[in-house]
Design a protein around this ligand. Structure first.
Ligand SMILES: [Zn+2]
Length: 546
């Protein structure tokens, strides 16, 4: 038995489980009993009855011999704010055809006040529609002739109707780092990519703060129900941070949040530096529930606009776009790191990864060696061995999201071609090179981490079959990237990422032992309960009730 303190303890929870996989250290010790007091894990034992002496009147004893306990998942890159906002938006993610999609938009327009914007959930994808294509401008015009409609799909693409384009004045030139789609006659066709999405979205009214805080409560509970205990919130505005602070103050959050504040590519270097100087805070500010991780930059597009070394498979004239001038980004990041900020930069394509490595190496040359995970590459969907070697040498961590390949694999096969799709996020090669990796989702809707674990182990996708099975890793490694990996990225390995006395009590429990099960049984596995900071945040069967 190990305990964190010498004085007698009174546990708040004593959990006796079939197995408790600590995921600590390479050997990954397992226990049969764990004791919690308040927000922390205070004791562990290899014997089911090994902690009985620590139980008292106030102790909830959880008999869970049928369950396997794991550290709660820590998602290294997800958009909880977007997922929560989606709950308040028009739910086109339910549509399974273009007709259903436009019917949902049309119903929302009829219910809206004259001229009010119709904003859809971002959590939809055309591959879920029978026609496997985006709705057109004409279809959205027919569904809502008098209301501006903006149907954002994920973070980098949207379809707008004519009223929205008019309201935004967007039928002019392409904004920096973005594209306004055009038909053969050169008229806008409603498809917006990259910076063009933000240009139009900026004209829609923002939701009210109180509504947002409540939505964060509902949204975070949906993640806790999937075994998630911490989310590194990959991009928010300063206003969003107010809503997070409201939710934190009111105790509405069911998961810990580590936000990144967006520094947009529409800013000049001087404007970006002014924004950063005005923030006042720096990385690490906050408490165990809400703590600022750092700043967020976006170097290129996604599957449609990622900056590639070789042209797109479906468009030889296109090799994607870089949003930042590398010298300007180096200057901004140098200022930020000097002020105590960590930086995460979206780089999807291999040309973006190479350019970002130039930038990060320039920052280190200017400010000196930094702790690991100070400068982070988000996604690195495509990379080559030389780039991986440079990232390892520089101590630049990588956040990886199998969910992107899972969700958009069939789209990647078309835009990037089959050979590049197979090479998306080769976790085995990153690990062999000695890279710092942390796993997450980036899918802006509650997504089962176990589906991701299954995906990392099988390279399976939603609709593109198995992509690059040679890059698969094992279950224990996948779980570690999703727990201890993210804890290291957060700089909180002393408190998060494994089950050990002295760490925060963030746990989740399953009816199947993931380390012993057939990986195919993991894809749909959901937890029996989740505890975050000693609080039962998901307990549908009242296993944690006194
Ligand atoms: Zn993201």
């Amino acid at each position: 038995m190990t305990t964190a303190a010498a004085e007698p303890l009174r546990l708040s929870y004593l959990i006796k489980a079939g197995a408790v996989h600590s995921m600590a250290g390479p050997a990954g010790l397992s226990y049969r009993a764990i004791g919690l007091r308040g927000a922390e894990i205070v004791a562990t034992s290899a014997e089911p009855d090994g902690l009985d002496d620590l139980a008292g009147d106030g102790t909830v004893v959880v008999e869970a011999g049928d369950l396997t306990v794991l550290p709660a998942f820590a998602d290294s890159h997800e958009h909880l704010m977007e997922a929560s906002r989606n709950l308040m938006l028009v739910p086109v993610d339910r549509a399974r055809s273009v007709a259903e999609f436009t019917a949902i938009v049309s119903a929302a327009a009829r219910a809206a006040a004259p001229g009010e914007w119709v904003l859809t959930s971002m959590g939809w994808h055309e591959s879920n529609l029978a026609e496997n294509r985006l709705p057109t401008l004409a279809e959205l015009d027919a569904a809502a002739p008098d209301h501006p409609v903006l149907a954002r799909r994920g973070g980098h693409l949207a379809v707008a109707n004519s009223a929205a384009l008019r309201a935004a004045g967007a039928d002019t030139a392409d904004p920096p780092g973005g594209k306004i789609g055009r038909d053969k006659e050169g008229r806008p066709d409603g498809v917006l990519e990259g910076g063009a999405v933000y240009r139009v979205a900026a004209h829609a009214p923002p939701p009210r703060r109180a509504e947002l805080a409540a939505a964060l409560g509902t949204g975070s509970a949906a993640y806790a129900a999937l075994g998630v205990g911490t989310i590194r919130e990959a991009m928010i505005t300063v206003d969003d941070l107010l809503a997070y602070t409201d939710a934190w103050e009111q105790g509405l959050l069911s998961v810990r949040v580590r936000p990144l504040i967006r520094v947009g590519a529409e800013l000049s270097a001087d404007q970006a530096i002014t924004l950063i100087r005005g923030l006042g805070a720096r990385s690490g500010f906050g408490d165990d529930w809400l703590r600022i991780w750092g700043l967020k930059f976006v170097m290129d597009g996604g599957v449609e606009g990622g900056a590639l070394e070789q042209p797109y498979a479906d468009d030889p004239a296109n090799s994607g776009h870089l949003n930042w001038d590398p010298a300007a980004l180096t200057r901004v990041c140098t200022e930020a790191v000097g002020r105590g900020w960590r930086i995460g930069t979206h780089a999807a394509g291999d040309r973006a990864v190479r350019t970002l490595l130039d930038t990060y190496e320039g920052v280190v040359a200017a400010v000196g060696e930094q702790p690991p995970w100070t400068l982070v590459i988000e996604h690195a969907l495509l990379s080559d061995p030389a780039q991986r070697e440079r990232a390892v040498r520089g101590g630049f961590g990588i956040t990886v999201q199998h969910a992107l390949l899972w969700n958009m694999g069939s789209e990647m096969v078309v835009t990037w071609g089959p050979e590049r799709t197979r090479r998306v996020n080769p976790l085995d090669e990153w690990l062999a090179a000695g890279a710092l990796l942390a796993a997450g989702t980036d899918i802006a809707r509650p997504f089962n981490p176990m589906t991701n674990v299954w995906g990392m182990v099988t390279r399976g996708t939603k609709s593109a079959g198995v992509q690059g099975p040679e890059h698969a890793i094992d279950v224990a490694t996948a779980l570690r990237l999703y727990t201890a990996g993210t804890a290291a990225l957060l700089g909180e390995s002393d408190k998060l990422g494994s089950i050990e006395a002295g760490k925060l009590a963030d746990l989740t429990a399953y009816a199947v032992d993931p380390l012993a099960a057939d990986p195919d049984d993991l894809a749909g596995l959901t937890p029996a309960f989740t505890i975050v900071g000693g609080r039962a945040v998901h307990d549908p069967d009242k296993r944690l009730a006194p």
